[in-house]
Design a protein around this ligand. Sequence first.
Ligand code: ASP
Length: 372
Amino acid sequence: MPRTLDRREIIRLGGTALGLATVMPRRLLGRAPAVHTGSVKPAVVASRNGLRSRDTAGATCVEKAFALLTGESDPLDALLAGVNIVERDPEDSSVGYGGLPNADGVVQLDSCCMHGPKRRAGGVAALEGVRTPSLVAQAVADHTDHHLIVGDDAQRFARTMGFEIEDDLNTEKSRRLWLEWKRRSDPRHYPDPESRALAQHRAGLAMVAEGLIDPEHYYGTINCNGLSPRGELAGVTTTSGLAWKIPGRVGDSPILGAGLYVDAAVGAAGSTGRGEANLFHLASFLVVEEMRRGAAPKDAGLAALERVAANTVEKRLLNSRGLPAFGLSFYVLNAHGEHAGVSMYSSSYAVCTENGPEILPTEALYDGQSEG
Ligand code: ASP
């Protein structure tokens, strides 16, 4: 039978805990508290396309990243080797080479990465001509004192760093889809910018509804986060962004705190889906902060989605139930190796652990499907 503590013992135990809390209030600790101590289960989590494209040896993003991460590789190098498979795949029309272009038919890419142990981060936005923007983002982190370089100057930086610059990253497929979208949303019929934007958005959604574009690729990105057996966290997000965006439009993907956030002691989170909803909330940062306060990955992710939903008030963004009409997902991993995928509506995510690669369902905030 368990022994009951007497009053003096209770005061002593409680007193110890209270004493600590009084002497070391959280905000005065120089270092952010880790959510977990003890065992570390290495893991790689990614959006679903992390388990689709394959390299010449047949490996997918999450498998390649996990194999390298559990070997001797630097954690960020491991993840980059994984997402490079997707960036180079002409069939993935949401990332890198063959990504769906902007309204002018030009492929503009966004990416950022964070290295937990080194506390380094880098990003590029609206970069043209480089198939692997994630590697240019890493070069920003490693070779500059900055975190974000954009547009023509990002390309100039990439050239200086020795990246191959191509004239056009369209494939036959991405160009064909863009031409179809142009035909449907002929700008001559919609002279004012607002009705033009509406017509263009409708044309895009109609193409999704008709199955010409997979909904994942209208928006569409890859986020990939990993934890090594040594407890090192890193993350990367890379995308061609919203299909047929206004030239120069930058979404959440290359923005630290929005498309990705990694805290070496706490965890990592990154996103895919409607970038504007995420940018408004810096929601990847929010997810990591929820974990810092002790939330499990799933609860941390859902808390961020709830915040986004609560602030979605414009009618054009709501469905007939008055809920956000768009999709938004977070891929969350804590410093212990626990993970979750969460999404506004039902979806799935890719994982690789010691048990091998798998696709798991996300925890959805709402029943039903997103509408774009
Ligand atoms: N979040 C990306 C963007 O808004 C697109 C996506 O993930 O689908 O650019």
